[in-house]
Design a protein around this ligand. Structure first.
Ligand SMILES: [Zn+2]
Length: 85
């Protein structure tokens, strides 16, 4: 049997699925996720993920996005892509 993860805010077993249809890893409900602690934790997780992935917790994907646009379409704005299509 799979172990049911517990909510880090209230300690209840997590039976709440995210919009992607997967069980949330940290919260039992949207209400817990939206608490001050919950939000702070989500922010921390995001920063940790970015740090692991990019070596910078405050990495902004915008630059990469622009680079992708430039590579693919030769433009620096998604609005310009529309014009091309
Ligand atoms: Zn909870």
């Amino acid at each position: 049997m799979e172990e049911i993860p517990k909510c880090i805010i209230c300690g209840n077993p997590i039976q709440y699925k995210t919009s992607k249809g997967r069980y949330d890893k940290h919260f039992c409900s949207k209400a817990c996720e939206c608490t001050k602690e919950g939000k702070a934790l989500v922010q921390k997780i995001i920063e940790k993920t970015k740090e692991n992935r990019y070596g910078n917790p405050y990495y902004n994907n915008h630059e990469k996005y622009i680079n992708t646009l430039l590579e693919r379409y030769g433009v620096d704005s998604p609005l310009k892509v529309k014009e091309i299509e």
